[in-house]
Design a protein around this ligand. Structure first.
Ligand code: ATP
Ligand code: ZN
Length: 305
């Protein structure tokens, strides 16, 4: 048993998560889902005054857009692609032979135009680029959905399929950085409402390989990423439940997002891990929401869900 198994076992034995046989892939009970929906509603209530444009996408995205965004260059180890059987009957027989023998039948599948969305914000940049020049007030998008990352683990907060609520800001450097700053303050207040101990830390993305280490160091030096961290596993470092990511001109250049003066737009995204916040609540306050502090129940159960 590793250090993380007890937290997962508790959520499974209390019926909040449902085992699937694959690490990091769980069903959610009605109670878990109810709390998660309320956490999502809370983040959106905090954002309500901003008047963000809502976009929702399926949990898959265009492979071409995914490649162009640089994900496969930076995070090949986390990517998930959709492959399908497109062969004839002999190929199907070969597939079934492999399958019946308990072998890997993946060789009989071909890539499709779809990959699994690794973050809620990835389909937003190409969608905004279709709208032409960025208006003077910039763009602000509320986007949420299931994301896939191939990181199987018994650590309850490191799932393979999980949901993110994100707010994406596109505009001048000043607009984007002010938005990120504002959200860092809001996130602390949000954790407070949830009764969760928390801190904000400089962080880095898990870039692949040796070159990735340099990218990660550079990201930290420039403070491009901050995380809202919350203790979930006793004795282990706290878990990132929210992140505040400044991309500079990366997505602006990639997707041709242009400001009215012809310069490249800057972007940032603020993302909350909805399963992580929900798990943190159950770890902190116990498995029965009926027993949670009145103040917390008042905050979550007064929301329109
Ligand atoms: P980590 O450092 O834990 O790997 P990350 O930096 O890769 O996370 P982001 O890409 O910033 O995470 O994703 C936004 C948010 O999505 C994170 O703050 C976290 O709350 C959530 N998240 C990321 N990966 C997972 C996962 N494997 N399972 C559940 N939630 C996740
Ligand atoms: Zn994002």
């Amino acid at each position: 048993m590793d250090a993380f198994t007890p937290a997962l076992d508790l959520l499974l034995s209390d019926g909040l998560l449902i085992e699937s046989g694959v690490n990091g892939l769980y069903g959610r009970s009605g109670v878990f889902e109810d709390v998660l929906q309320r956490v999502e509603a809370l983040t959106r209530t905090v954002a309500a005054q901003d008047g963000a444009m809502v976009m929702r996408f399926p949990p898959g995205m265009s492979r071409a857009a995914f490649e162009r965004s640089g994900y496969i260059k930076n995070f090949p180890h986390l990517a998930g692609v959709v492959r399908c059987f497109c062969g004839d009957e002999p190929a199907h027989r070969a597939l079934m032979r492999s399958c019946d023998a308990g072998e890997d039948w993946g060789a009989e599948l071909a890539s499709t135009d779809v990959v699994l969305a690794p973050a809620a914000c990835y389909p937003v940049y190409p969608a905004l680029a279709q709208r032409g020049v960025v208006p003077d007030q910039g763009w602000l998008v509320d986007v949420a959905g299931y994301c896939f990352r191939h990181e199987p683990s018994r650590e309850v907060t490191r799932m393979q399929w999980f949901r993110m609520q994100e707010f994406v800001r596109v505009g001048t450097e000043a607009q984007v950085l002010a938005f990120r700053q504002e959200w860092m303050a809001r996130a602390g207040a949000l954790a407070q409402v949830l009764g969760l101990p928390h801190e904000l830390e400089v962080a880095n993305d898990p870039f692949f390989g040796r070159a990735g280490k340099l990218q990660a160091d550079g990201q930290r030096e420039k403070a491009l990423k901050f995380e809202l961290v919350i203790p979930v596993n006793p004795g282990a470092p706290p878990t990132a439940c929210g992140s505040f990511n400044y991309h500079g001109e990366h997505f602006g250049r990639t997707w041709g997002l242009q400001l009215a003066d012809g310069s490249t737009a800057h972007t940032c995204c603020v993302g909350f891990g909805l399963e992580r916040l929900t798990v943190a609540l159950f770890r902190q306050h116990g498995s029965w929401p009926g027993h949670w502090p009145d103040e917390l129940r008042g905050a979550l159960w007064s929301l329109p869900c």
